[in-house]
Design a protein around this ligand. Sequence first.
Ligand code: CO
Length: 506
Amino acid sequence: MPRQPDDAYQELVSHLRQTELLSSCSALLGWDEQTYMPPGGAEHRANQLSLLSGMVHERATAPQVGALLDELGGSDLLAFPDSPAAVNVREARRDYSRAVKLPRKLVEELTRVASLAQQQWVAARKRSDFSLFYPWLDKMVALKREVAGAIGYGAGVPYDALLDEFEPGLTSAEVVRLFTPLRDALVELLSAIQGASRRPDRSLITRNYPVDAQRRFSQEAARQIGFNFDDGRLDETAHPFCSGIGPGDTRLTTRYDAHHFSGAFFGTLHESGHGIYDQGLNREAFGLPMGAAVSLGIHESQSRLWENFVGRSLGFWRHFYPGAQAAFPEALGDVSLEAFHGAINVVEPSFIRVEADEATYNLHILLRFELEQALIAGNLAPADVQSAWNETFTRYFGLTPPDDAQGCLQDIHWSCGLVGYFPTYCLGNMYAAQFFVAAQNDLGDLGAQFARGEFAALKHWLNDRIHRRGKQYRAQDLVKVVTGQSLSHTALVQHLRDKYSAIYGL
Ligand code: CO
């Protein structure tokens, strides 16, 4: 008797689940490496992670998966494209076909070069000398072009094959269409802000904020906005991240600086936003596309939404400010709520992306997007990245980076082969703005809710509309389903204009 499609589907499901269980072991080891592992454990940890990643790749590309997917083709199980089974099969097919197109030799070479290039990047950044890094950037760009060729792309744009890894279905032409009007609006807004007569006092943020008090205050804020500490933790690390290990276990990380309030506080809210997404995924669908995040851009929208649209709003601080003054009497005892709110929202062109404010941050991304497209298209030689960077930076910000460490060497991404990743940060801001408007339309005056310490309605709205849907929709379709409109720059620009008009008196 021939096998029923149901059996093939169940076999696929159990294969995918076990693969994800295995990767979640790597995730846990990776979290430990960044938080508690003693330095002496580095080599053994690298061996553990390398063995696991080999095993995961082997499972992901197993011929058995291809056979199951073939067997399921045309089955009644897939009759409704939005049904969980159809979504799981569709996304499994996509992952499988991408994975098998990459020859093992290329994957191994990428891993090897990434690890060496990363070390060279660290050394080059330390000496602020791009000439030490560009031979490795050259190798990496060549490999990424090879990857694009192996995966294939439409419209003659190899970059699209790389972008598709992080933001499935999106093309660079579409990103350009989204980013161009955003850039024009931001440049205009920035010049209005620079000419403003009213200026908040940024130095309030760099007063003395004892680390113990920051720890308690950040953790309490993460709890109040809805991060569940029974199913998660908050620890310290050098480069903060959030890692969803699996159902019931989401790890946040942050870092504290006694003379900078915003870094740890907004960093914690940011990672909590990622964590709330991970905690909101459907547990029953663990290991399956229906239980996974849509894309990097959508993931980033959740972190930016809590960090910026909630955490930097006046309503949020109407609720939290008395607690902040009690926690940091020396720094904030004599500071009004309005002055504090201005200080956490100062806009200032600066060289370093990760320290940028909500408005100029996007320009940092547009610059990287421009350059990496040119690199992959072959229109920019890796050796010329330094001059191209400085030139573009001057065009956007009216400033020239004083050295490479504050210029083209500041980000780790290209050294480890993350090309096509940067646009997802800016897309995240755009998605967040549009989601927030839709939430406000459904839920009423969110600012008033925040002022009363009420964050649950917004969290549940995000749980229902976004988190629990897993990969049911691709990002661009999800935006339409949730907000009724295609993604555009307008909600983000409106949000920034409204906020800065109030703060800077524009
Ligand atoms: Co993030």
